[in-house]
Design a protein around this ligand. Sequence first.
Ligand SMILES: [Ca+2]
Ligand SMILES: [Ca+2]
Length: 144
Amino acid sequence: MKVRIAVLGALALALLLASAAFAQKAPLYPRGIGCYLMASGADLQKQSEAEFIRGDYNDDGSLMMNDALTMLLWLFHQPGGTAPTCEDAADYNDDGSLMMNDALTELLYLFHQPGGTPPPPPGESCGPDPTADGLGCITYTHCP
Ligand SMILES: [Ca+2]
Ligand SMILES: [Ca+2]
């Protein structure tokens, strides 16, 4: 029951952030839209050689709820939302874009809920991105 409340809380937070962005006349689209369009350009395909833990948005070496929440804050242009230093780590579902579903899927996984899937390779241990996409990894400090 507590888990469902937490997941529902995260979804409510996402809606709250969207409405807050609207009230502040921030861009009406989350940042992910732009990333998605960038990622669709074939000329931007690249493969990151940096090692990282997928889903560790805040680069503290572990997957926690604050990874997803910080990402949501950043996507919706809210205070406390910082851009990821390693986009590949932030791309939880490894689809080459940074979108709300990355954060939501991570939350569902962390709380053992349906729809929550483990992060694709390199998963929860250090490794390079096996997928060529438009995302990069400038800095990730918790892998050699
Ligand atoms: Ca983390
Ligand atoms: Ca993604």
